[in-house]
Design a protein around this ligand. Structure first.
Ligand code: NAD
Length: 475
């Protein structure tokens, strides 16, 4: 199979192609067009040409088309989920029941919302001030590989619904479902040029896109290193940067133990541990630390590792051999640093059949981790949990904040006052109290410190995709 760029509504062949590989089987799934500056220039020109007509369409008309795209995704959930699972190794139970359906929800939600964009009025005795919200223009949307379809739609939906046009660049490791999204957008009646897709590597296709003078806004999700580079390259553009994380998961002795345990297991091992909001530093109060550790390890050992197309599998393969080597490198590092390895590690799972050559890591648990160790400070982005004991509430907050990142956080306690105190004190863009990460589309999603800047979701998406203008009329 060949995957080409989508530019101005037409499939455009690449001058070069790269392979995308199934990480469970190493089978080549497709040859994908590898774009560069020339394709980016064409795509931005197509998006710019489509902008006047698309942005001047009445919001309810745009909403109809955006909603239709959501409906087409819903009709194609099974096919999209299977493609996403093959391209990323994310297990079918999640792609089919959560990630792809949520992608459809993104279109329905922003279709509803775009008809409600309203301004503010500030009357004074001498002037009537009011605010208009205009679409920004051509937006660069750049997505990582971990949950690519959901992430791409989380950007494409508000971008298009608010009247902008887009050039989408997916990760070179997981381009397949977005390519289907481009086809479905045309099928929904979204005019050619409104959504363009250029495939390719970051430096070759991503960099000319973020530098392009006709690109007015950048919505980027990816690593902190790339985010920093883009901010330097982009010049004066609006942007939102959704970057890496090393989120604290704090369990106090008065927590609902079983609830905390369930959520802790889910937040580090779901999505194969390749999750920006993973609760990867599990801080547990000393009085319950031994019991929690024992139960956590028992749960980790029971997780079904295997074929991501099997409904019963909970943990699939790492996205690539390069990423597998990185995760294994951190496991070696943890052992060298003196953390106690309780399960998983460098042992490879005994799998047979079509997945025997997959990029697998067993669920890995390190206990007695010191928060200054590399495994506690750096984003591993794999199924590797670090258990860290703490004494007091002050201790917990200090450890939670002693990290470069600030994306998500989790606090488990039955003490209402403590829950609110700790939620306020933790340096993170999001805090979930007695809960795993539950995304509400109205919620401001994003991080602080090295986890990024800007928020997306609900009216927070105005920040990147709409330009406010004040009009002051003399009375
Ligand atoms: P990455 O930064 O390597 O790549 C992300 C995207 O940027 C890819 O499409 C890549 O091709 C492109 N890119 C790379 N270099 C570029 C450049 N110089 N200019 C423009 N584009 C460039 O990240 P990744 O490895 O694909 O994804 C994993 C990272 O994403 C993790 O750090 C994870 O935490 C983060 N992430 C964050 C969120 C969030 O919402 N905060 C969500 C998912 C993933």
């Amino acid at each position: 199979m060949r995957i080409d760029h989508l530019i101005g509504g037409k499939s455009v062949a690449g001058r070069d192609y790269f392979e995308t590989v199934n990480p469970a089987t190493q089978e080549v799934l497709a040859e994908v067009a590898s774009g560069g500056e020339a394709e980016v220039n064409e795509a931005v020109a197509a998006a710019k040409a489509a902008f006047p007509q698309w942005s001047s369409l009445a919001a309810p008309e745009r909403a109809k088309l955006v909603r239709k795209l959501g409906e087409l995704i819903t009709l194609n959930v099974a096919e999209l989920a299977q493609t996403e699972t093959n391209d990323t190794g994310q297990v079918i139970a999640q792609t089919g029941r959560q990630l792809v359906p949520r992608a459809a929800d993104n279109f329905h939600y922003f279709a509803e919302m775009c008809v409600r964009v309203d301004g503010h009025t500030y009357p004074t005795p001498t002037h009537l001030n009011y605010t208009l919200f205009h679409p920004v223009g051509v937006c660069a949307l750049i997505s990582p590989w971990n949950v690519p379809f959901m992430t791409a739609t989380w950007k494409v939906a508000p971008c298009l619904a608010f009247g902008n046009t887009a050039v989408l660049k997916m990760s070179e490791l997981s381009p397949l479902t977005a390519s289907r999204l481009g086809e479905l957008a045309l099928e929904a009646g979204i005019p050619p040029g409104v959504l363009n897709i250029v495939h390719g590597y970051g430096r070759e296709a991503g960099e000319p896109l973020v530098r392009h003078p006709d690109v007015r806004a950048i919505s980027f999700t990816g690593s902190t290193a790339t985010g920093n580079r883009i901010v330097r390259e982009a010049g004066l553009k609006k942007f939102s940067m959704e970057l890496g994380g090393k989120s604290p998961f704090v369990v106090f002795e008065d927590a609902d133990f079983e609830r905390a345990l369930d959520a802790a297991v889910f937040m580090i091992f779901s999505n194969n541990g390749e999750r920006c909001t993973a609760g990867s530093r599990i801080l547990v109060q000393k009085s319950i630390y031994a019991k929690f550790t024992e139960r956590f390890v028992a749960r980790a050992k029971k997780l079904a590792v295997g074929d991501p197309l099997d409904e019963k599998t909970l943990l699939g393969p790492m996205i690539s051999q390069g990423h597998l080597a990185k995760v294994r490198g951190y496991i070696e590092q943890g052992q060298k640093e003196g953390a106690t390895l309780l399960c998983g590690g460098l042992e490879t799972p005994h799998l047979s059949g079509r997945v025997k050559k997959g990029n697998y890591v067993l669920p890995t648990v390190f206990a007695d981790v010191d928060n200054r160790m590399k495994i506690a400070q750096e984003e591993i982005f794999g199924p590797v949990a670090c258990l860290i004991p703490f004494d007091t509430e002050e201790d917990a907050v200090r450890l939670a904040n002693d990290v470069a990142y600030g994306l998500s956080s989790y606090v488990f306690t039955e003490n209402v006052g403590r829950a609110h105190r700790v939620a306020a004190a933790i340096e993170a863009g999001m805090c979930f109290v007695n809960s795993q990460n539950v995304r509400d589309l109205r919620q401001p999603f994003g991080g602080t410190k090295a986890s990024g800047t800007g928020r997306e979701g609900g009216t927070w998406s105005y920040e990147v995709f709409l330009e406010p203008k004040n009009v002051a009329v003399s009375l």
